[in-house]
Design a protein around this ligand. Structure first.
Ligand SMILES: Cc1cc2nc3c(=O)[nH]c(=O)nc-3n(C[C@H](O)[C@H](O)[C@H](O)COP(=O)(O)OP(=O)(O)OC[C@H]3O[C@@H](n4cnc5c(N)ncnc54)[C@H](O)[C@@H]3O)c2cc1C
Length: 697
């Protein structure tokens, strides 16, 4: 294998050496695997060993262009005949937009589905909180949009650290998502003439975001939950509410791991119960709450994802975290979370800070020439609608340089004065009324009269379980969907692409790829519940609880005490910008925090009843390990890309500088003992969207 690795070869020869999922390449001179000229760099992070080269299982990569792969794959997939479908049991964990859709679709197709959520009803999933909109390149407008442009914006927005073929699927299926969601009840906003209305989100120059006022997630989630409820009513889906995933049932056949079940804890009774099935889908949402104060629902967590990681499902790019530029600033130490102001506001709001440091005048008294509309100044082509990573970085730079406003000088203005003058207050009210009300309720200022104050805050996780083109993890039979998987968004997600990805996964990908997997297992019974692997998983779950409940330290503290500290460490050391020294220090601090947590975590009550302190402590044990891995990933990835902004890798004008020669791959992590990690790698190839430097100027 002597050819140099060329990420731009794409369909024309960049294929890995084998075609099986999770496959390895040839051995290089130093004993390291190589594939298509690709070889992993060594790591500067402690405890990291390069592992295998992963194959994405894209179909026929030598002949099929990436843009055609999804169509080709669908044409060539295995099918399960309608009469055989009820012989298969599929377990779906999570009933948000992605899991709810997958469960409803597989139920409708005739599979025997069991759906699990820790909520008291499927509709309560975090997806209900999404505000701004959902993207689709339906091209009904005359602004020259297309699937190509949508794919290009997504790949470029993700700073070329995503899989192009996945992004094509996202764009192609986006058209069906809008029509489907409309058909099952999402009341999208319409133009006066009746056509569906759109608006723009960051990182694009077209208007492709469909919305239902500032409640798009709510309407998509309610429509999906209704479709799921229908399947429950028909008996195709059995729902298990208040059930928290504690572990996975893993079997080994022919040297490969298979997922054949889950173990849950009933959050009301504390009962630990196993369920077995032919396939398991994890759709358990994003892990942003590792940072403590974030825009996510307080209950969103990383535990199911971390359990999969511990059992052998690789975890991709955990350090790729999205800081949303228009969060509400932190106003007090005891604030429990941060709140999102939707990106849609950047359509009409202008972001600025005073030109003078520490200028505490009322914003109305600061004349136009003394204001710095820094996004418009630095990025004239995209202005206030640059992608989130670029906007968050620019705002943070203003704040760090002393231009922040508000009592703690930790925010920038988002000002609607011009838009109200141009369009009238009624139009602005029609577009954003609920967001303006929410702002006034939270901050106490009326944004029709006083500019909003905003600041970057943790919002979304681009990293997640590594999946192949069929959305299967590195464990056979274990699929991942929605925000808990790494798919589509690379190093930075574009606004309104996540409700889309959750919908595409749940409605239009897994209903094909799961049957494609199941077809090879026809005639196999589900694992009996007394199989040794099931008993082992149940015992593991019980032992974990027993161990954490029995800690009896000399300086007892509840989980919140540790969570706040972990959040502070991560915001400081693995935040909007990162340094080698900061990350190294962050890893040490997290390890010290873990020692303290293990010695002193204190949980009152019993595990055999509702015990929310126990739930929080279990979440925290996972967050601490995840936080450590995030810092390791950020230290290991010796480049800047998207939201991963390393101060030692900047262009002359301070933008993120990628290193495509060495780092054009996805890192997929496997644990190898405490403080030890294996970094597997999937080299990335680009076909229709050749690698180039991002430029929003
Ligand atoms: C405030 C806010 C606004 C947003 N606005 C937008 C927007 O306008 N447009 C956009 O595209 N994206 C938006 N996003 C992102 C988007 O909402 C999410 O990425 C998406 O909804 C995630 O859907 P999901 O199906 O992956 O997970 P979720 O909706 O989070 O669902 C997770 C499910 O998993 C279950 N679960 C989790 N852990 C366990 C466990 N251990 N055991 C059992 N069940 C479990 C939960 O009960 C739940 O049912 C926004 C995000 C936030 C925070």
């Amino acid at each position: 294998m002597t050819t140099a690795y060329n990420p731009n070869k794409g369909a024309q020869g960049g294929a890995a050496d084998t075609t099986a999922t999770g496959a390895v390449g040839a051995q290089g001179a130093a004993g390291q695997e190589t594939s298509g000229g690709f070889r992993q760099p060594e790591s500067a992070a402690p405890g990291v060993t390069p592992g295998h080269i992963l194959d994405a299982a894209e179909p026929n990569r030598d002949e099929v262009r990436m843009k055609d792969m999804w169509g080709y794959q669908k044409d060539h997939m295995n099918l399960v005949s309608p009469l055989n479908r009820r012989k298969f049991t599929v377990l779906v964990v999570g009933t948000g937009l992605s899991g709810g859709a997958a469960a409803a679709a597989l139920g409708e197709l005739g599979y025997n589905v069991k759906a699990f959520t820790y909520h008291d009803a499927p509709r309560r999933a975090h997806s209900i909180a999404a505000q701004g909109g959902v993207n689709s390149a339906r091209g009904k407008k005359v602004d020259n949009d297309s699937a190509y442009r949508h794919t290009k914006d997504t790949v470029k927005g993700g700073d070329y650290r995503c899989r192009e073929s996945d992004c094509w699927r996202l764009a192609i299926e986006s058209v069906r998502v809008i029509d489907h969601m409309n058909a099952i009840g999402a009341p999208f906003a319409r133009e006066y003439g009746g056509t569906l209305a759109t608006r723009s989100f960051g990182g694009v120059q077209v208007s492709r975001t469909y919305y239902t006022r500032g409640q798009t997630g709510q309407q998509l989630q309610l429509s999906t939950a209704s479709a799921l409820q229908r399947q429950i009513h028909l008996g195709n889906v059995e729902i298990f509410t208040h059930n928290d995933l504690m572990d996975l049932v893993i079997t080994e056949k022919d040297g490969k791991k298979h997922c054949e079940g889950i173990v849950t804890r009933n959050l009301i009774t504390g009962e630990i119960v196993p369920f077995t099935g032919h396939a398991v889908i994890l759709a358990t949402g994003g892990y942003g709450n590792v940072y403590h104060k974030t825009t996510l629902a307080k209950n969103s967590n990383s535990s199911a994802m971390m359990r999969a990681y511990e059992r052998g499902a690789y975890l991709a790019s955990p350090a790729f975290i999205q800081f949303h530029p228009t969060g509400l600033p932190v106003n007090a130490k005891w604030q429990a979370k941060t709140t999102l102001m939707s990106e849609s506001l950047r359509n009409d709001g202008r972001i600025w800070t005073p030109k003078e440091k520490g200028d505490d005048r009322d914003p109305k008294d600061i004349p136009e020439e003394e204001r710095d509309y820094f996004l418009e100044r630095r990025y004239p082509a995209f202005g206030n609608l640059v992608p989130r990573d670029v906007a968050s970085r620019a705002i943070s730079q203003q704040l760090n340089a002393g231009y922040g406003v508000g009592p703690l000088h930790n925010s920038a203005y988002l000002d609607f004065t011009d838009a109200i003058e141009r369009l009238g207050e009624d139009t602005i009210r029609e577009r954003y009324s609920n967001l303006f009300e929410m702002y006034e309720d939270s901050i106490g200022d009326d944004p029709y009269k006083v500019p909003m104050r905003i600041a970057p805050t943790v919002h979304f996780t681009m990293g997640g379980l590594w999946t192949d083109f069929n959305e299967m993890t590195s464990i056979d039979g274990l699929f991942a969907a929605g925000e808990c998987s790494w798919t589509y968004h690379g190093a930075n997600r574009l606004g309104a692409n996540s409700l889309l990805s959750a919908s595409v996964d749940g409605w239009f990908t897994l209903p094909f790829t799961v049957p494609n997997y199941l077809a090879n297992h026809l005639g196999e019974e589900v694992l009996p519940e007394d199989a040794p692997e099931v008993t082992e998983a149940v015992n593991r779950a019980k032992d974990t609880i027993e161990q954490i409940m029995s800690v009896n330290g000399t300086e007892p503290h509840g989980p919140e005490y540790y969570h706040e500290q972990l959040g502070d460490i991560l915001y400081e050391h693995c935040g909007v910008s990162r340094t080698v020294e900061g990350l190294t220090e962050g890893i040490q601090k997290i390890r010290a925090l873990r020692d303290d947590f293990r010695a002193n975590i204190s949980i009152p009550g019993s595990p055999n009843e509702m015990n929310q302190t126990l739930e929080a402590a279990l979440r925290l044990a996972d967050y601490i390990n995840l936080g450590e891995l995030m810092c390791i990933d950020a230290l290991d990835r010796d480049e800047s890309c998207g939201a991963h902004y390393r101060m030692d890798h900047l262009t002359e004008d301070g933008e993120a500088e990628r290193d495509d020669e060495n780092w054009c791959f996805v890192s997929a992590w496997e644990p190898a003992g405490e403080g030890e990690f294996i970094r597997h790698a999937e080299p990335l190839y680009f076909d229709s969207i050749p690698l180039m430097t991002r430029n929003y100027k």
